[in-house]
Design a protein around this ligand. Structure first.
Ligand code: SF4
Length: 326
């Protein structure tokens, strides 16, 4: 039996604006296996968050619209589900955490009220059992003295602790998939590392598949099993963690890796950054959208979008440099 839990195929999500059609996601395909940690990486505007909002059918429509594609979850296409079915899926079988927990937590309600309500709603447990489950989850994510802290309000927690509460809440209903959208961007580096460790540990322990969305390749290094690199609405490189970090093929991935600060780098050395800005994805011409920033660009890069080249199972790149290897 296949252990693929989610298969996204040729997803296209466009936004109709006064200036033209924004092709925020333009033909994205990937698979997620049970218990796998998948990193989706790219600069802001690359389409990574829109991809995941599309999967949850959270795209504001209008102006947004899922134009094409399927997202098969447990044999059903998410895009064909009714509003009622998708509501049951969210928070229950697919959990989500976002960058700023304060936008997801109600500041006027105690953590106990918010967590117990979620568990009662999705797990159909009695209040006492739901409370026990909530305390157990808070303990699992490393909140000290959870029996007492569960009665606190969100503002009584630090930023890192609030994010731990969100992780506990998202995982309290045993979801099969956890989508973490920039979960550590608002936190300082030490706390970032702790939160990533908590997500990784719990994913392994509970066999929850994780989609980790981030602009920072350093966040996925070493923890994600598979990495997809997105640029201008498409996945330009895909591979295992080892393949991406030891043998990056796309010039954009190579640039992202060079921009990650390293401990063995002299502290006075300037950090590398990729020249230029990501393109405007309105009415993008059919060329390689990275060509104005690419030091390996050739004439054909400016005229035609590069085809997909595969190097064994699950290893893919979209760059004219590898056309002959195909
Ligand atoms: Fe650079 Fe051309 Fe490859 Fe695009 S297709 S990344 S411009 S070499």
């Amino acid at each position: 039996m296949s252990d693929v839990i989610l298969r996204v195929d040729d997803l296209k999500t466009y936004f109709n604006t006064d200036d033209g059609i924004v092709k925020a996601v333009d033909g994205v395909s990937f698979e997620l296996k049970k218990g796998e940690m998948l990193g989706i990486v790219g600069e802001s505007g690359s389409g990574k968050s829109v991809t995941n909002l599309s999967l949850m059918k959270l795209i504001p429509s209008p102006p947004g619209k899922i134009m094409n594609g399927t997202a098969m979850f447990d044999g059903e296409n998410i895009f064909d589900m009714s509003d009622e079915e998708i509501r049951k899926l969210r928070g229950n079988r697919i959990g989500m955490i976002f960058q700023d927990p304060m936008t997801s937590l109600n500041p006027f309600l105690r953590i106990s009220t918010q967590m117990i309500e979620t568990i009662v709603l999705h797990q159909k447990l009695e209040k006492d059992a739901a409370r026990n489950r909530a305390v157990e989850m808070l303990e699992m994510v490393g909140i000290p003295n959870p029996e007492k802290r569960i009665n606190d309000y969100p503002h009584q927690f630090s930023g890192g602790m609030r994010q731990r509460v969100m992780i506990a809440m998202a995982l309290s209903c045993d979801p099969e998939i956890l989508i973490a959208d920039e979960p550590t961007s608002a936190l300082d580096v030490t706390i970032q590392a702790q939160i990533i460790e908590v997500i990784q540990e719990l994913s392994r322990k509970l066999n929850t598949a994780v989609i980790m969305i981030t602009h920072d390749l350093g966040v996925v290094a070493g923890i994600c099993d598979t990495v997809c690199v997105m640029y201008a609405g498409r996945i330009v490189e895909k591979g295992t963690n080892d393949e991406i970090f030891k043998d990056p093929k796309h010039p954009y991935t190579q640039g992202l890796i060079k921009s990650v600060p390293r401990l063995d780098q002299p502290s006075k050395e300037r950090l590398f950054s990729i020249d230029g800005q990501p393109p405007n994805v309105i009415d993008l011409p059919e060329c390689c959208p990275f060509h104005p920033r690419c030091d390996k660009a050739m004439a054909k890069c400016k005229n035609t979008y590069p085809p997909l080249t595969t190097f064994g199972e699950g290893r893919e790149v979209r760059c004219w440099l590898y056309e002959e290897d195909k």
